[in-house]
Design a protein around this ligand. Structure first.
Ligand SMILES: Nc1ncnc2c1ncn2[C@@H]1O[C@H](COP(=O)(O)OP(=O)(O)OP(=O)(O)O)[C@@H](O)[C@H]1O
Ligand SMILES: [Mg+2]
Length: 508
């Protein structure tokens, strides 16, 4: 080991290798993290980031290589051992227990006790402190099942802050957060850095990396590229280190398209009896973006349109015909697909193969006389996997064994395979690496080019501005504006996104 490189290093990883049947997830990775630095770990979907995290956290055991923490051999047998060694982890997959309350989840690892009895008052008080740190305004007594995914993510982060640690690892903590929540998280991270905590931070948002990171290690196909100071790098160089090629542009070109008939019209839709009425339309050949803050009612409106929740009132017309959409099955029959934002709960069957998952929505296309034709299923799956760059050993691989980003691609692929007239996508590129993100945007534009309609909800304004023809802006449950591509202006759109809250006097 180079003693100079190790100066101040609290974590040293050398030659770490981890194989799964058919895949070498880590192939001799070196990583050196110093106390008091924010060390960014980046790489394409499937590069091995989460596997490295799991080895450090005692959830996976490397086949070879060495880890030391604070100079001592680090070979945790399980998660509890890693925790005892001073490592806290926010995993990519949320691992909260939905039936328990926020406070109970926060202290699952170490319930405060007085005379051996669970001290609820103490627990509540400490929970309130932790929630305040991450800026989450919910009662500690709320059952986790009632939270949205951004809120769950904040609980996970608060949980990692519940005990002191030497090394804090965060695997894509910002994927589901709003810019404001991310800013709060960064404040917490900076404070911990001041206190000398070493932080490993994983994200696909390159701008965040430049904002918060000190050094970066790039993983490529399970191999680490030597750490660099972030101040020496720029985005194009980082992309090159990560994907091994230049990315021509951040977004594919948006060309003029023929816009056809109305595919969907929503008139005076009310999600609940007390929410404002919503009206808008999507035409064939259009990519319509839905902007707004998390919690502004975008997802609820989409769910009501798709029949996932029952709307209180309003009229929905599909291709000009007034239609009832009482459930998702009816929506699919009318040619509407919906990629949900919560893929884990609503999107994937983890123990089925990629091919089976891809065909769940488009079953009629691969079945003849009610029988599933496995050959056709696999061919279709292979073609889609290539298009979306799904990293796997083959279409028979179970989805559980895929990296987080590659699981997302499977969900998206499934809805693309369904060949709907109108595709509703909620946060389609969340957790997707920069290269694949471009491909997904291109696929959505291709659908519009082919005369389909796309309705895209996203919290990433740059993505909406990048590929949409028109934006609908939600704020506090209602639509506060519609903006055509020619008039796109980030500040104007943000103002619309906040305007609903201002008129009501105060944010939600
Ligand atoms: N339990 C498993 N069984 C088999 N293969 C696995 C398993 N877990 C991960 N892999 C494989 O190991 C490789 C690395 O996956 P990993 O989850 O570490 O990627 P990642 O860099 O975190 O990607 P992402 O950005 O998508 O989260 C992938 O090819 C993945 O399919
Ligand atoms: Mg991962």
């Amino acid at each position: 080991m180079n003693p100079e490189a190790a100066a101040g290093a609290i974590l040293e990883v050398t030659g770490l290798t981890k194989r799964y049947p058919g895949v070498t997830a880590l192939d001799g990775v070196d990583l050196s993290v110093r106390a008091g630095e924010i060390h960014v770990l980046i790489g394409e979907n499937g590069a091995g980031k989460s596997t490295l995290v799991k080895c450090l956290a005692g959830l996976e055991h490397p086949d070879s290589g060495r880890m030391t923490l604070g100079g001592a051999e680090h070979r945790p047998g399980n998660a509890a051992a890693a925790l005892r060694a001073g490592i806290q982890v926010v995993h990519q997959e949320l691992a909260l227990l939905p039936a328990l309350t926020v406070a109970e989840n926060l202290f699952l690892q170490h319930m405060p006790r007085r005379f051996g009895i669970l001290d609820r008052r103490e627990m509540r008080g400490r929970a309130e402190g932790l929630l305040a740190q991450v800026g989450l305004e919910v009662s500690p007594d709320t059952p986790v099942a009632r939270l949205g995914i951004a809120q769950m993510q904040l609980v996970e982060i608060a949980k990692a802050l519940s005990t002191e640690c030497r090394l804090l690892i965060m695997d894509e903590p910002t994927a589901t957060l709003t810019p404001r929540e991310t800013a709060t998280l960064f404040k917490v991270m900076r404070r911990l850095r001041e206190e000398g905590v070493a932080i490993i931070f994983i994200s696909h948002h390159l701008d965040e990396i430049f904002e918060i990171g000190d050094r970066v290690t790039v993983l490529r196909n399970g191999t680490g590229v030597a750490a660099r100071d972030i101040a020496e790098l720029d985005i194009p160089e980082l992309v090159r280190m990560m994907v091994g090629r230049d990315l021509a542009a951040e977004y594919p070109p948006v060309t003029a398209r023929a816009v056809g008939d109305e595919l969907l019209s929503v008139r005076d839709l009310t999600v609940t009896p007390r929410t404002p009425a919503i009206s808008f339309a999507v035409r064939a050949g259009e990519v319509v973006g839905v902007a707004g803050l998390v919690g502004s009612g975008r997802t609820e409106a989409m769910r009501a349109i798709f029949g996932a929740d029952r709307a209180a009132g309003g009229v929905i017309a599909v291709r000009g015909k007034r239609t009832r959409v009482p459930n998702p099955r009816a929506a699919v029959r009318h040619g509407i697909s919906f990629l949900t934002e919560d893929r884990k709960a609503q999107g994937l069957v983890l123990d089925l193969s990629i091919a089976a998952n891809l065909s769940l929505a488009g079953l009629s296309k691969v079945s003849s006389s009610g029988l599933l034709r496995r050959g056709v299923e696999n061919d279709a799956a292979r073609a889609l996997s290539e298009k979306l760059r799904i990293k796997a050993s083959g279409p028979e691989q179970t989805v559980r064994a895929l990296s987080g980003g590659n699981q997302q691609k499977v969900v998206l692929g499934r809805w693309l395979a369904a060949d709907a007239d109108l595709l509703i996508v909620d946060e389609p590129t969340r957790g997707i690496d920069v290269g694949a993100r471009y491909e997904i945007h291109q696929l959505l534009l291709d659908l519009a080019e082919a005369g389909k309609g796309v309705l895209m909800v996203s919290s990433d304004l740059s993505e909406l501005i990048g590929i949409c023809d028109r934006l609908i802006v939600f704020s506090a449950g209602r639509i506060t504006g519609e903006v055509a591509r020619a008039d796109f202006d980030a500040e104007h759109i943000l103002n619309l996104a906040y305007s609903g809250y201002l008129k009501n006097g105060g944010a939600a």
